[in-house]
Design a protein around this ligand. Structure first.
Ligand code: PHE
Length: 500
């Protein structure tokens, strides 16, 4: 038999008849999306990491993806006939070497190193799979664990009490949690009764669940805030429904009891992670038999997809700046939702205009309640919504109202001088709505590119750039011109602006 070798990032491996890792997969190893600055996988990783502070939790983010079968399966107690071991599901380099299929491959080694009470491991993982919108043979996981040493428990207390004490540092939340089952069940989800007292397992399970509920609150609050901010004008009421999660009994060879956490998101239960109380025999083999604790594993793509509303898992591998440039790591943890882009060319068109001179004084609360004299052919979305608002909010939201009550000329003068043009004051969101109503999905963005006041007359000028683009085809210049002209006409009719 011929034996060949492969080299990945300076490490050389002998291959054999088990080898089934294609070069397309091997050549992606250096990508390490979870370490790319400003990549959505990195942002997601950091958001979760922020809930597990050092020094309690030590981070390991550069562990090499080629591991032994012993690390990936044996150390975790996977039976020899487990389907996960098959060459159909797993990429082998040779009979005893694989591309890790999960970050749990590093649990035993990290427990053995015993350098911290807890750890987080983020890494690329590999599974043979079909490629579609939600499956890709490479994805990213984060492993987390926390253990307590029996021998380190101070005299006069117990391990269980120590765990309950540590639980007090996890922030409270207002999540609705369904957790219908007892923490352990003799058949379905057994306690490791030879090694853990019920009190210990209960305490560890509770610490695990609260820690992960805290992660979910963090992730889904960020996702909701991003969704609200992305809603038109940023004024749509954020969902006030409380977030719902549920704990479901599960099975993993290396934890018992075990659970999966599901989150109710967009009308469906979404499985977000697996976890449980670490099997004591794993800790024994890792040389830390006196430690007791929990572990979890979470898929980062799935979280990132819902955080940013990324519709296709393949996009994470894009090198297109129109994808990559949309994401920024921010210190405040805020998330900006992904905007779908098109491979068809953009058609930018500018619209520049003078605001009506008397805008500031034209709309006292009185004049706003009068019918609009200007025709409103397209149904008057923006002006209608302004005049339908309760009088009080109209007053407080309208800059013109506060101007007229403080520094503007007396109301009588103002209304008589502007009686012929009772346009509502122009607001940037009005333009956004007008563009949406006119161009629909063919409008990609509206950006203010210039604003100034005429040095002599004081008249206000605005210039906006509207980018038209279709997701399906190249727009013709006639089509774009037609849309753009309509928008200009509407601006004049509804807000009395003067096109420049
Ligand atoms: N490694 C498991 C998976 O990939 C997840 C897991 C991690 C479960 C840690 C329990 C504890 O599905």
């Amino acid at each position: 038999a011929t034996s060949t070798q492969i080299t990945v990032e300076g490490k050389t491996y002998d291959t054999d008849e088990w080898m089934n890792a294609p070069s397309s997969i091997l050549s992606s190893i250096p990508r390490r999306l979870h370490l790319q600055p400003d990549h959505p996988i990195t942002i997601t990783r950091k958001l979760i990491e922020s809930r597990f502070p050092a020094p309690t939790y030590q981070k390991h983010n550069t562990l090499f993806p080629i591991v032994s079968v012993a690390q990936n399966f044996d150390s975790l107690g996977f039976p020899t006939d487990h389907v996960g071991r098959s060459r159909n599901d797993t990429y082998y380099i040779n009979k005893s070497t694989v591309l890790r299929t999960h970050t749990s491959a590093h649990q035993a080694d990290t427990f053995r190193a015993n350098t911290s009470e807890g750890f987080l491991i983020s890494a690329d993982v590999y599974r043979r799979d079909a490629i579609d919108r939600s499956h890709y043979p490479i994805f990213h996981q984060m492993e987390g664990a926390r253990t307590w040493s029996r021998s380190a428990v101070p005299e006069g207390t117990t391990l269980a009490r120590q765990v309950w004490d540590d639980l007090k540092t996890i922030p409270k939340h207002d999540l609705v949690v369904e957790d219908p089952n007892p923490s352990f069940h003799p058949d379905r989800n057994p306690l490791q009764s030879d090694r853990h007292s019920p009190e210990e397992a209960e305490a560890v399970a509770t610490h695990l669940k609260r820690s992960l509920e805290d992660v979910v609150v963090t992730i889904f609050s960020a996702a909701r805030a991003a969704a609200a901010a992305a809603a038109r004008g940023g004024f749509s009421a954020p969902t006030s429904e409380p977030l719902k999660v549920r704990w479901v009994e599960a099975y993993f060879p290396f934890t018992s009891p075990s659970w999966e956490l599901e989150v109710f998101w967009q009308n469906d239960w979404l499985e977000v992670l697996g976890c449980g109380v670490v099997q004591q025999r794993l800790l024994d083999s890792a040389g830390v038999p006196d430690r007791v604790g929990w572990a979890f594993g979470i898929g980062l793509e799935r979280i990132a997809m819902l955080l940013f509303e990324i519709p296709d898992i393949r996009l994470f591998w894009s090198r297109d700046p129109r994808f990559l440039d949309q994401f920024r790591e921010r210190v405040d943890g805020k998330i900006t939702r992904f905007k779908e882009f098109s491979k068809y060319p953009p058609a930018p068109r500018d619209v520049a205009f003078w605001l009506p001179k008397s805008t500031a004084a034209a709309s006292t609360p009185d004049s706003r309640n009068e019918p609009h004299s200007a025709p409103n052919p397209a149904g008057g979305l923006a002006p209608e919504s302004a005049s339908n608002a309760p009088a009080s909010s109209t007053t407080t939201n309208s800059p013109s109202a506060s101007v007229s009550s403080t520094s503007a000329p007396p109301p009588s003068t103002a209304s008589s001088s502007t009686a012929a043009t009772t346009h509502p004051p122009f607001h940037e969101n009005d333009l956004t709505e007008l563009v949406r109503a006119t161009a629909g999905d063919l409008a990609e963005s509206v950006t203010l590119i210039d604003a100034f006041a005429h040095p002599k007359t004081g008249r206000q000028s605005r210039c906006y750039r509207i980018v038209y683009r279709s997701l399906e085809r190249t727009l013709t210049s006639e089509e774009v011109a037609g849309l753009h002209e309509r928008i200009g006409r509407e601006l004049v009719a509804r807000w009395g602006v003067e096109l420049r």
